[in-house]
Design a protein around this ligand. Structure first.
Ligand SMILES: *[C@@H]1O[C@H](CO)[C@@H](O)[C@H](O)[C@H]1NC(C)=O
Ligand SMILES: *[C@@H]1O[C@H](CO)[C@@H](O)[C@H](O)[C@H]1NC(C)=O
Ligand SMILES: *[C@@H]1O[C@H](CO)[C@@H](O)[C@H](O)[C@H]1NC(C)=O
Ligand SMILES: *[C@@H]1O[C@H](CO)[C@@H](O)[C@H](O)[C@H]1NC(C)=O
Ligand SMILES: *[C@@H]1O[C@H](CO)[C@@H](O)[C@H](O)[C@H]1NC(C)=O
Ligand SMILES: *[C@@H]1O[C@H](CO)[C@@H](O)[C@H](O)[C@H]1NC(C)=O
Ligand SMILES: *[C@@H]1O[C@H](CO)[C@@H](O)[C@H](O)[C@H]1NC(C)=O
Length: 648
């Protein structure tokens, strides 16, 4: 098998010849000498005045950037270019306002008390919970003050015309891929105006910036997040059927797709044929402004020369673009996923989920253009979709494994590790119609052998690195991706498995909510009712995508779900054989039993961990603040500086 990377539209930094060109050509994350690069940012962030590096870059300036920079020059002279942490603190308080000042009180006007999806939830506890989740939207709404538009240079926030629903916690602004699951929940809550406002914001941003940044801050501008604007628009369009709105915005959506096509693709020569596939990247130099000192310290520890440090920063930012920041999924060490953050190689991995999404975007654009009678364009996007499916099937699908796998462009091999994203093509329909039966059968078998049915959900990976997109964390969008993917098929066993995953997820989230009255951004797969941790910023509450995913699952399965442990009749049979269909051969029965034993053991471990945790936590505050005790044994990166995750 011969594989070569031919075309590199991103600055890949692979050869010596490219080094200088790349390092000098990349712009900073944005032009601001306050929020994105320069001596002021460096001095303040390296003084580590705040627990979370994001705090400083979210503060509002009291004076113009030029005045502030002039004052900073004087400040540095007074302190002989070596101010202490207290000097820096004083400078900040004299020149900046507290973070989070760009918003005013706003309760969505289209909020309704009893959206009709609640009626289909049979279990009264779940129905009440659904109603509580509906209420949380009122707390996650954010509207920008008028002066943000007028005085944009005083803020890091990107001005958008309409109010938004944010994830929550330190994520004060919109986030790109989060919004897809938030929008699902909002549509179930019948908040159509809020959704349209959020879509209008995204379209406005594409028109003005060419693409959608990771989140709504200028320091996120040079990287995006998984491309979900077009699928998000489709969710709204399918509900509201507004043909004029579609006609008015189709060109903007096409230009967002263009951004991905022109700046995120590589041509991969595989088995003698060229295929175009998408990868994550970043187009800026320097550390992430919102995790500045963490990035700088890590780079200093891991790398000596400036070029290597720059490449490292780019890999970190590319991982942030993927949404999986950070994860062993992006580590490449001796052609494996071992190692630590210094082994990150995001830009050299062809991810299954991103390519499944590229296919989906093309399919939806073809469908939209068909509605608008743009036959030529519909044809063009159908061709792109077909090419993408062909490339995904040729390079990422592995019949002998029974699933799609990420591809390592450094070592030219498949990355045979479990990730929920491995089955993303089921979610977006990115596999040939003729092979449906076979593909689903193989995928179900693959999932069975992976033993991933943990009591608190499907884990993100099987690696215990201490990073937050690794074991044992379980993330809402990944549960949804799997459930929706399995449910999209017309296979009975796949439907049962979808139900089983959803049931576990719902019960675990419910338990946590019942005990602590909050929804978390991530959960612990090993403990039903346990919240996630790792990555070393405190677990956040709110939480946009968690609520959206639960609402979508309650909407889909709420008619047969019960809080009490007895499974509903129609799903009772073959609960543990769902993954293999009806066990008929000895081998299948044996595998089924093995899976049962493993899941019981996992459950047992979960229970004992849970007991330890409850006895160790004395107050709710302490319980929430402390890192989950169950994770301590997995944390192998103690010496690594505190990492602040900036994105979702
Ligand atoms: C800020 O200073 C720079 C360089 O000193 C100058 O080019 C720019 O016009 C100034 N901006 C404003 C708004 O005064
Ligand atoms: C691709 O990136 C370049 C800068 O590297 C930018 O100028 C160009 O507009 C981008 N293309 C699209 C379609 O956004
Ligand atoms: C693949 O594309 C490259 C240019 O990007 C070209 O030089 C090469 O001949 C192509 N190979 C095949 C097999 O099409
Ligand atoms: C990678 O391979 C080298 C050479 O074989 C070896 O010295 C090193 O320990 C390996 N690293 C890991 C993390 O396995
Ligand atoms: C991370 O990996 C590198 C090389 O792969 C190693 O030298 C370094 O010690 C590791 N860092 C930590 C904190 O384990
Ligand atoms: C597309 O063409 C059909 C048939 O001519 C017509 O009925 C429909 O209104 C057209 N749709 C749009 C959006 O123009
Ligand atoms: C938790 O469960 C108990 C018992 O079912 C119920 O009375 C209570 O209202 C629930 N609390 C929350 C916040 O859901």
């Amino acid at each position: 098998m011969v594989v070569k990377v031919l075309n590199i539209s991103l600055c890949l930094l692979i050869g010596l010849a490219l080094r200088t060109a790349c390092a000098t050509e990349s712009p900073p994350p944005c032009n601001s000498e306050i929020y994105c690069h320069g001596r002021l940012l460096h001095t303040i962030q390296m003084a580590k005045v705040y627990e979370d590096s994001k705090t400083f870059v979210d503060m509002k300036l009291k004076n113009s950037p030029n005045e502030t920079l002039a004052k900073f020059d004087i400040f540095m002279k007074i302190h002989n270019n070596a101010p202490t942490r207290n000097h820096v603190k004083k400078f900040i308080s004299e020149n900046f306002e507290r973070e989070g000042q760009e918003f005013e009180e706003w309760v969505p006007e289209d909020w309704v008390e009893k959206p009709s999806f609640l009626e289909n939830i049979h279990d009264p506890s779940f129905r009440e919970w659904g109603s509580n989740l509906n209420k949380i939207w009122r707390e996650l709404g954010r509207k920008m003050k008028k002066e943000v538009e007028r005085d944009q240079e005083l803020y890091s926030i990107i001005w958008v015309p309409n109010p938004v629903i944010v994830p929550g916690g330190r994520f004060r602004e919109f986030y790109y891929w989060d919004s897809y699951w938030i929008v699902q929940g909002l549509l179930l809550s019948e908040m159509y105006d809020t959704v349209k406002g959020m879509l209008d914001n995204f379209l406005y941003i594409v028109d003005n910036y060419g693409h959608i940044p990771n989140g709504g801050r200028i320091y996120y501008l040079e990287r995006s997040q998984p491309p979900l604007l077009i699928p998000m628009f489709k969710l709204y369009f399918d509900t509201v059927k507004d043909m004029k709105y579609l006609a008015d915005n189709i060109v903007t959506m096409e230009s967002e797709f263009d951004y991905w096509m022109s700046n995120h693709t590589k041509v991969v020569l595989y088995n003698g044929k060229n295929y175009t596939l998408a990868v994550y990247g970043d187009r800026s130099r320097g550390p992430r402004p919102e995790s500045y000192s963490e990035d700088v310290e890590m780079a200093d520890k891991g790398f000596r020369d400036g070029y290597q440090k720059e490449a490292f920063y780019s890999e970190l930012k590319a991982a942030a673009e993927s949404g999986w920041d950070f994860s062993s999924r992006w580590f490449v060490t001796n052609a494996t996923n071992k190692g630590n953050l210094t082994n990150i190689n995001t830009r050299s991995i062809v991810p299954v989920d991103l390519n499944a999404l590229m296919y989906w975007n093309a399919v939806i654009l073809a469908e939209f253009n068909q509605y608008l009678n743009n036959t030529e364009k519909a044809k063009k996007y159908n061709e792109i979709a077909n090419e993408w499916m062909e490339a995904v099937t040729a390079v990422l699908w592995h019949e002998e494994v029974g699933v799609w796998l990420d591809y390592d462009l450094i070592n030219n091999i498949k990355r045979d590790y479990f990730y929920p994203s491995n089955i993303a093509p089921l979610w977006t329909g990115c596999y040939p119609t003729n092979d449906r039966e076979k593909v689903i059968r193989l995928v179900l078998k693959y999932l069975q052998t992976m033993n991933i049915m943990y009591p608190g959900g499907i884990p993100t990976t099987k690696e215990h690195t201490g990073e937050q997109w690794d074991f044992p964390n379980a993330w809402p969008p990944l549960q949804h991706m799997m459930v929706a993917g399995l449910h999209n098929t017309d296979n009975e066993a796949a439907h049962r498995l979808a139900f089983e995953i959803a049931e576990k997820w719902i019960k675990s989230n419910y338990k946590a909510f019942n005990q602590t009255e909050v929804m978390y951004e991530k959960y612990d797969a090993t403990v039903s009712g346990g919240h996630g941790g790792g990555g070393e910023y405190e677990v956040q509450f709110g939480f946009g995508w968690s609520n959206g995913v639960i609402m979508a699952m309650l909407d889909r399965f709420g008619d047969s779900l019960r809080l009490d442990d007895a499974p509903p009749k129609e799903y009772a049979e073959a609960r543990h054989s769902a993954v293999v269909g009806a066990p008929s051969t000895f081998g299948q029965v044996a595998t089924g039993l093995l899976a049962l034993i493993v899941s019981l053991t996992a459950g047992f471990i979960g229970i004992s961990i849970y007991k330890r945790r409850t006895s160790a936590s004395h107050s709710a505050g302490e319980f929430l603040k402390k890192r989950v005790p169950s994770r301590a044994q997995y944390t192998e990166l103690r010496s690594i500086p505190k990492r602040a995750r900036n994105s979702r």
